[in-house]
Design a protein. Structure first.
Length: 517
């Protein structure tokens, strides 16, 4: 057969067989597909897999999974959960994004999986779990991931996170949605370990059940389930939680709380009454405070309140409309009042807090300011960890995926704090440093090897962080070799917590001061 009569190969076949000549802005490059080598863009997953294997937390999560297949050809629950976990770690926010890790054989090997499954398999597997079995399974896993850190003083933060929806999901109701008014949504009531930024539980509700009254049964059940000596020293929330029902429920179980009050008429009268006094207490960062007793309409008793204020640092222009004298037409004249920080007039912002504790005013002020750090944690989990995604038509799978995201977030948080105990690294920083690396796996004489190539500019820092992780794991294995994996997790959490506290000494109320050891 002559050359002219030979069948022409497709462009795809030519690209697969030979090198492609690509003219780039940096010059000509010869490109060839390598279909034999196993590689991953998440090469440092091997270190995180060692962290999980040392304490067996992933294995226990898989063992408790209420997913059972009858077909011998079905995927293993371990493969399903491992794929979901890697998708969450890689930053996926939709089930469809899991396709990006489907061919990662290196990560599958590190996690002990036979292979990655498709996003449809993950979605169907979550649907196959009965809610009455999956909910206690996930609640228990979340609690187990943080329980060993609760034997020290800690703050329980409460908040509601809005999850906008764009399809026909169950529970998609119009409720409080400040960023997208009128958009149907779900709401995630979150119970949060404020000191460590860990999720105790996340309760998903329809969008019109955003009020704290809908999360109160879950809160009381959570507090009742904590072992003796593990209850929070303080329950903290924003203005939505400063209601009679919330405060009275906590008072009945002798639980301390700190909430912010709405600027109602009674609260404004209180502020006006205190504004005349000059003996305000400085509580740090420009804030001043005074305390009093208050009984608002609907309250069952007097409660301690703290009025806080500080001067705004920016120039302010106040627009006031006044009716002109002698003008019967009702026309108004606009007047501008310029308030400058260099002039005697001052612009103040204020907040009124209610609590049932005897902490000093300066400690109340610090606890109130610490609430801002809690808000940063909520923002991280929602926008960097996929809480705004993983939506399905039924609300049960949405709740299950939300708790799965929270669980992986907790594990990763412990891992990152082991690597960097001084300060917290959010996912936008920690993933490129502690997960991303080009890893190529080879096998020779029965030994598997992974060659890592770090593309991040902070390569030396990354190696030090990984060394910190391996040093901590080695310490646990060497100091107490007789411990089983569940006991290792307890020891590992204590080790990380002590290192965090040793690197971040701070002034706090005596009841909330962690003790090292």
């Amino acid at each position: 057969m002559s050359e002219a009569n030979e069948p022409k190969k497709s462009a795809l076949a030519q690209a697969s067989e030979g090198a492609m000549v690509v003219d780039t802005m940096g010059g000509r490059v010869h490109v060839r597909w390598d279909e034999t080598a196993q590689a991953t863009p998440h090469g440092q997953i091997v270190f995180f897999a060692e962290f999980l294997a040392t304490a067996g937390v992933f294995d226990r999560w898989v063992e408790g999974c209420p997913l059972h297949y009858s077909s011998p050809n079905a995927s293993r629950p371990r493969d399903v959960l491992g794929t979901l976990m890697l998708g969450i770690l890689a930053g996926s926010k939709r089930y469809a994004h899991i396709a990006g890790v489907r061919g990662d054989a290196v990560a599958a090997k590190a996690l002990g999986l036979r292979g990655m499954v498709s996003e449809d398999s993950v979605r169907r597997a979550l649907a196959a779990m009965l809610p009455e079995a999956s909910e206690p399974w996930m609640r228990g896993a979340l609690m187990s991931s943080v329980r060993e850190a609760l034997d020290r003083p800690w703050v329980l933060d409460l908040d509601a996170t809005i999850k906008p929806l764009y399809g026909r999901q169950e529970g998609a109701e119009v409720g409080y949605n400040p960023h997208k008014p009128g958009r149907p949504s779900h709401v995630l009531h979150t119970f949060w370990v404020g000191n460590l930024r860990l999720v105790l539980d996340a309760q998903l509700e329809p969008g019109n059940r955003h009020a704290p009254a809908h999360s109160r049964p879950g809160l009381m059940a959570l507090l009742a389930s904590l072992p003796p000596g593990h209850a929070p020293k303080l329950v903290r929330g924003d203005i939505a939680f400063g209601s009679e029902g919330q405060m009275r429920a906590l008072e009945e179980i002798n639980q301390a709380y700190l909430f912010k009050l709405r600027q109602s008429a009674g609260v404004k009268k209180l502020v006006q009454r205190h504004w005349r006094h000059s003996n305000w207490t400085e509580v740090g960062q420009g804030w001043q405070a005074r305390e009093d007793k208050l009984t608002l309409t609907g309250w069952s008793q007097h409660r301690r309140v703290v009025v806080m204020r500080r001067v705004k640092k920016t120039d302010v222009v106040v627009e006031v409309k006044r009716r002109r004298r002698g003008n019967s037409s009702g026309q108004e004249q606009t007047e501008l009042h310029f308030i400058d920080e260099n002039e005697p007039a001052k612009s103040w912002e204020y907040a009124v807090l209610v609590c049932n504790t005897d902490y000093a005013l300066e400690h109340i002020g610090q606890l109130y300011r610490d609430r801002a750090d809690c808000e940063n944690g909520f923002d991280e989990v929602k926008n960097q960890w996929g809480w705004g995604g993983y939506s399905t038509q039924d609300i049960e799978r949405c709740a299950l995926s939300a708790r799965a995201v929270a669980l992986v977030y907790n594990w990763w948080s412990w891992y990152v704090r082991l690597a960097h105990p001084k300060t917290r690294l959010e996912a936008i920083t920690s993933r490129p440093k502690l997960l991303s690396a080009v890893g190529r796996m080879t096998s020779h004489a029965g030994a598997q090897k992974i060659l890592l190539t770090i593309t991040h500019e902070a390569a030396d820092q990354i190696k030090r962080l990984v060394a910190n992780v391996r040093k901590g794991l080695s310490h646990i294995l060497t100091a107490a070799p007789q411990l089983d994996k569940a006991q290792r997790w307890f020891a590992l959490v204590r080790y990380i917590t002590v290192r965090i506290l040793a690197s971040n000494p701070r002034t706090a109320p005596p009841q909330l001061t962690f003790e090292s050891g």
